[in-house]
Design a protein around this ligand. Structure first.
Ligand code: FMN
Length: 190
């Protein structure tokens, strides 16, 4: 059975991202074993920036949840990352988790060029923000969060098979018919 891991970067259990991810997961086919990680509940230290992991392939910090989840990311066939847009970016806890796991996602050759460590695996990005369409893309709101996640997934070697974007969540928090259809189409690519 293939493994699918979902990183939920929202602190809100019934918020938009949690509901979008639940809808997405409910439609995933039976070939996948699914695990959802609530990133805001993890116990983890910040990355110290020592760069030792680039050579050793291991984080020097004392064992915490970032190590555990990194191993799960390494073993997963598909990665779904959901985050509310915070300051035109991903949420802080999600960024901490991904900073801590650079070495799971990419290595470096002897000339310092990046080596993708999860090459060819599929990924999906899910994000939501209060800014209404099209301003969520004209301004760097959804666009900023997507760009930041794309950067990470790109260096990891992932193939991004789609994005789910929900703007204007203050006025319209419901997952409407069109969004559900998009989620269905995306699931068909898994
Ligand atoms: C700290 C913080 C920063 C935010 N920054 C933005 C932003 O830059 N642009 C935006 O449109 N919405 C921003 N928002 C609003 C959230 O993206 C929005 O409420 C989203 O729907 C939350 O998703 P959730 O319900 O899954 O937590 C911010 C919210 C918080 C708490």
């Amino acid at each position: 059975m293939k493994k699918l891991i979902v990183l939920n970067g929202s602190p809100r259990k019934s918020g938009t991202i949690s509901r979008l991810l639940e809808t997405l997961i409910s439609l995933v086919n039976d070939n996948y074993e699914i695990e959802v990680i609530r990133v805001c509940d993890l116990n983890m230290q910040f990355c110290r920036g020592c760069m030792a992991c680039r050579q050793s392939g291991h984080c020097v910090l004392p064992e915490d949840d970032a190590h555990v989840i990194g191993e799960k990311i390494r073993q997963a066939d598909v990665l779904i990352i959901g985050t509310p847009t915070y300051w035109g970016n991903m949420s802080g806890p999600l960024k901490v988790l991904l900073d801590r796991n650079v070495f799971i996602l990419m290595g470096e050759n002897k000339n310092g060029f990046p080596i993708p460590r999860q090459k060819g695996k599929k990924a999906i990005i899910v994000t939501a923000c209060t800014t209404p369409w099209p301003f969520n893309f004209i301004l760097a709101e959804s666009r900023g969060a997507i760009r930041a996640l794309k950067e990470i997934l790109h260096y990891g070697g992932y193939k991004i098979i789609g994005k789910i974007v929900k703007p204007n969540t203050k006025k319209h928090s419901e997952i409407n018919f069109y969004l559900k259809k998009k989620i269905e189409r995306l699931n068909a690519k898994l």
